[in-house]
Design a protein. Structure first.
Length: 253
């Protein structure tokens, strides 16, 4: 991104290590690296702040990134009408933070990117549901491999934004999840699956809206152009959102 283009502010939600006391806030550094390398300025927001504070921040940023990572808790199944399984790990404060941020981001029309848990909470916040526990099968979605390693295939829908960014309909991706999207939210469409049919990518049903969720971890694969371009396009879309907002403000003034 050139120096004369607005550097967008992108809200990034931080998780925390659970269980344990005191808990420790965490955010994988590669999210910060790829956003700054793409020309953005990350603004970290944390669980425990109230909804009014979330709205205040979201009205001053240009995009929202919902990350995932090792040890990330599961979205509470109550949000899609189910009881949690005994092994489900929940952080109600993180759910509240991310659902409030998603609600405001979607209302404002800003770009949203969800990664792993971020893809799941995005789907849940918009009215979808999850598979709480993936059963063992032909594809291991929790293979115990380093995130730099490719674990399985990603098959993308023709004409999807992700296929266009990737320049291909078949990619190899990493994997670190035991849950996945079951019922897509009404505002989202499935555009990518693993070879066993598990949902790996969703996009907005509205072609003019930049909303993408991916179940894998592209921030760990940015040495491959197909994955790096996802973040570059996200940041460029956030910059355009900021420019459009500034133009609207200038006109109304």
């Amino acid at each position: 991104m050139s120096d004369n283009v607005h550097r967008p502010l992108i809200a990034v939600t931080a998780g925390r290590d659970l269980p344990g006391s005191p808990s420790v806030l965490r955010l994988a550094e590669n999210y910060v690296r790829v956003l700054t390398a793409s020309g953005a300025i990350p603004v970290v927001i944390v669980p425990g702040i109230d909804t009014a504070a979330v709205r205040y921040v979201m009205e001053r940023v240009d995009g929202l990134l919902l990350p995932g990572g090792i040890g990330a808790p599961d979205p509470h199944p109550r949000h899609y009408g189910e009881a949690p399984l005994p092994e489900t790990v929940i952080d109600k404060d993180l759910d509240a933070l991310e659902i409030a941020a998603i609600d405001r981001a979607v209302h404002l029309g800003m770009p949203v990117l969800g990664v792993c848990r971020g893809c799941q909470i995005l789907n849940v916040a918009l009215g979808g549901s999850l598979v709480q526990r993936l059963e063992p099968g032909d594809v291991s979605h929790l293979p115990g491999l380093p995130l730099e390693s490719e674990a399985h295939e990603l098959r993308l829908e023709e004409g999807s934004r992700l296929a266009g960014l990737s320049g291909a309909r078949l990619l190899r991706v990493n994997s670190l999840h035991h849950q996945a999207i079951a019922r897509p939210a009404p505002a989202l469409r499935v555009v990518g699956r693993a070879e066993d049919g598990v949902v790996e990518a969703v996009e907005s049903t509205a072609p003019d809206r930049w909303i993408i969720g991916v179940q894998y971890h592209p921030e760990e694969l940015t040495g491959r152009p197909a994955h790096r371009r996802l973040f570059e396009d996200f940041v460029m879309s956030c910059a355009q959102y900021a420019a459009d907002r500034d133009q609207e403000g200038a006109v109304s003034a």
